[in-house]
Design a protein around this ligand. Sequence first.
Ligand code: CP
Length: 314
Amino acid sequence: MRHLISVDDLEDEFITQIYDHADYFKVARKDRGQDWFSCTQALRNQILITDFFEPSTRTRLSFEAAMSYLGGNVIGTENAADFSSIKKGESIYDNFKVISGYGDIIVGRFRQEGEARLAADASEIPLINGGDGKGEHPTQALIDGFIIDRTFPSYDGLTVTFIGDNEHSRTVKSLFKMLSRHNVEMNFLNSPTWKADPTWRLHHGWKGEGTWIRPDTFRGTQEVERTIRNSHVVYMTRNQVERHQNMLEDVAPRFVLDQHYVDMLPDTAIILHPLPRNEELPAAIDADPRARYFEQAHNGLFIRMALLEQLQNG
Ligand code: CP
């Protein structure tokens, strides 16, 4: 693989390698022994370039930490829209063509779906898509897939329920694509504008069954409660207001995973969220042992260490 733009670029064997290496890095960091300190030789003298056109906490900082722990260097900008020459009219193509001469690997975050592919076409070094508009976020899918894979003994018969702004969420799309490779049932409690469009499912290759529920029927309906009770994984997302046509109308979440619903979940279920969160996931839920979203975010460091190491040395 030269560039990582979509989950479609990830072969199953490669995903397995990433998860195994992430396990290794996770244990090594906990032990802080020789294994951890020998990591610092892996990407010595290499440079990671981070070129971000949208805000980020986890993706940018965990990639930068990953490269630092691997002994490499990091250059970049967290606000390329204002602080790079894009502000002076430079094209995405020219921007990535030029910066690819300054390092060994790039992570980019983009405002529009499709811009990651355009940047990859320009880049002379491997480019990782750190999220492109409502397009994809393949490294988040690796993080999400990792915690699911390591929590449950098998994908067979697993039920994953996506709750929130599924229409505009790139993390939902990428995880959906990844889980479509397995015998997983997926349910969707959706944003108001998203119709239960079968072409979306077919487009992403999913042949399974699932439930599609509109928000106007949320609270109190038996279908919602049955869906929550039967879920092994609840995957929450915030309203992606920055991608809505009318941002002012869409601030409030249509569904809040409050204690009422958490109490319905099986004891062995897990609650995930790619973060950042808003009101859809109250902080009061954090203490529940099924709330795994901070662990999910922290795993990002190990997944991204594994990815950088595999892409450069694998
Ligand atoms: N999950 C995620 O992509 O978070 P950031 O937007 O903070 O990078």
